[in-house]
Ligand binder design. Structure first.
Ligand code: NAP
Length: 268
């Protein structure tokens, strides 16, 4: 996202985010100043999402800030806060992924993909990770994903079908912008959740709609609720964190996150 922003190729650059602006969408750090009525005090460790996060200091509305649970480092909070909520939002309430169903995670070694793989595994789903090379494959294997497909192989969609006994996956989590390929990998009646266009270089995909009909597919878009909070959809974040507590997330397992999650951090 940051790379697309700095190239001016993200879809938001057409209307909402235009130069001059400071890059960065997620931050973690220490409060240096707050209003007397604020529930955050100087010295509190906090994380959140707002454009301009690469700056040394950032002034943000209170609703965009959450306290960092005691057991998390700032780096973990920064990495998990937004991508955890998005992964959860796409796979669970929107994608309706269930135990033992299969999911193709595109961009599996990327920021969102790494979290989506872990959430899907913790749900008990069968995960196929789509990556661009052996180094990325190693990263995704390290998360516990056994089936990895490289998009550098011509006809990789057939490989996905082969891994599902020719049937196709129940769900595709698409951060790349490959809906046509996703439909080829899909089981009849399956779903594609479109999350991003990381692979499109700013040029949107066009699609013949009969391909959706022929697969009896559902194609859904996911966007974090920008009115409530650009990168921290609070109820989803809270659900994701409760889930993380009970699951085996790489970063977060065996922590007591929900107990240390202070009321002001639960959100609205
Ligand atoms: N909907 C929302 O609410 C929301 C929120 C945040 C971000 N996003 C969007 O989600 C997208 C992903 O964000 P991110 O932070 O995960 O990005 P990222 O860390 O850069 O990861 C992008 C992934 O895309 C893969 N990729 C690139 N070109 C590809 C291609 N041609 N075919 C297959 N895979 C390809 C890369 O795979 P390899 O590295 O293996 O090559 C990479 O892992 C961005 O477009 C971002 O704007 C959406």
């Amino acid at each position: 996202m940051d790379v697309l922003y700095c190239q001016g190729k993200h879809q938001n650059n057409r209307r909402h985010i235009k130069p001059p602006f400071i890059l960065g969408n997620e931050f973690a750090g220490v409060v240096v100043e707050s209003s007397s009525s604020s529930s955050f005090k100087p010295g509190d460790r906090v994380f959140g999402g707002a454009l301009g996060s690469y700056a040394e200091y950032i002034a943000v509305e209170e609703r965009l800030v959450r306290k960092i649970p005691r057991q998390w480092t700032n780096e973990q909070a920064c990495a998990v806060g937004s991508s955890g909520a998005i992964g959860w939002g796409c796979l669970v309430p929107v994608g309706q992924l269930k135990k033992e169903q299969s999911v193709l995670v595109t961009g599996a070694a990327g920021g969102l993909g790494v979290m989506a793989c872990q959430i899907a595994l913790a749900l008990g789903a069968r995960v196929i990770g789509l990556v661009g090379g052996s180094e990325k494959a190693r990263v995704v294997k390290g998360l516990g994903v056994e089936t990895i497909v490289s998009y550098n192989n011509k006809g990789w969609e057939q490989e996905v079908l082969n891994h599902t006994a020719g049937e196709g996956v129940d769900l595709v989590f698409d951060v790349v912008g490959i809906v046509e390929s996703s439909l080829r990998c899909l089981k009849y009646g399956g779903s594609v959740v479109i999350v991003g266009y990381a692979g499109r270089g700013g040029v949107m995909e066009t699609l013949q709609l009969n391909k959706i009909l022929l697969k009896g597919a559902s194609v859904k878009g996911y966007v974090s609720n920008s009115k409530v909070s650009p990168n921290l959809p609070s109820p989803l974040l809270h659900q994701a964190i409760e889930f993380e507590y009970r699951s085996t997330y790489q970063y977060l397992h065996e922590t007591e996150i929900w107990r240390t999650w202070s009321p002001c951090s639960i959100g609205d």
